[in-house]
Design a binder for this molecule. Sequence first.
Ligand SMILES: C[S@@+](CC[C@H](N)C(=O)[O-])C[C@H]1O[C@@H](n2cnc3c(N)ncnc32)[C@H](O)[C@@H]1O
Length: 270
Amino acid sequence: MVQSRQCIECVKEQMPNFNIKAPEYDSVSEPQAELARGLFDLSLDYLPDTPPVLLDVGCGTGHLTLDLATLFPKCLDCLDISNEMLKICKGKLRDFSNIKWRLFENDAENFEPDTKYDVIYCSAVIQWFANLPKFSARVKKWLKPNGILCIGALGEKTLCELRDAYYKATGRELETMAKFFSLSKLTDIFKKAGFELQDTAECIYTQGFESPIIALKTLGKMGVSGAGKKPLNRTEVQRLKEILLKTKTKNAAVNFSWELIAMVFKGNAL
Ligand SMILES: C[S@@+](CC[C@H](N)C(=O)[O-])C[C@H]1O[C@@H](n2cnc3c(N)ncnc32)[C@H](O)[C@@H]1O
């Protein structure tokens, strides 16, 4: 694995520590797994006829990586800033001894690949980037001419119930470390970097929980937690719980929406 310790540590201050989140990530990340499946399916029509050289940016524990391994790529490179996430991904990739795969522990916003890719995937990761326009310009240079970029993103409607409840309970806007984008904003950013949009798919995924506390703890375990400086007082917490219970359905006490956006772009001929 390629290491760039100083740079990795400095980026980690702007996002949750995924080394701590790693052991429980698979058990709480249904929305991210659903996004990865949707992105994989959408990308299938755009793969080259020959075994592709693939990169999975922010591979995490491998929700998408394992699907990519079934494509029998010429090479599958997996990049993540978290060593613990990569360890879990590596354990799963051991079942794929028939393909060539490599792991890179590095910051995607500073990574310098040693090869060019036919297809680059990046699912449920860009919400953590400090500078998405800069990343989109960089990643274009990692593709072969006419290479494909597949982006899985969380849209602006993500966690709208929590945002609404938080505002009603506290009178303050909810600040999260994660950044959520609209489809048109994302299209704009990648177009400016020289990509052509080929295809998109969008859906709202509903995640249900047994109680408000379990709902909030689950978000924390997947790394989506509040970034506000002012902690909630007891009255605000109580009010927040009561308002969240208004999202109740017959299947779950609390429901959160996740806007899942899958996008396929083509990098222009160089
Ligand atoms: C929500 S998880 C998604 C993982 C996986 N792609 C999936 O679909 O489940 C986000 C992952 O992105 C990684 N990540 C966040 N910022 C990164 C960066 N700047 N460079 C590389 N990886 C990053 C985290 O370590 C984490 O494993």
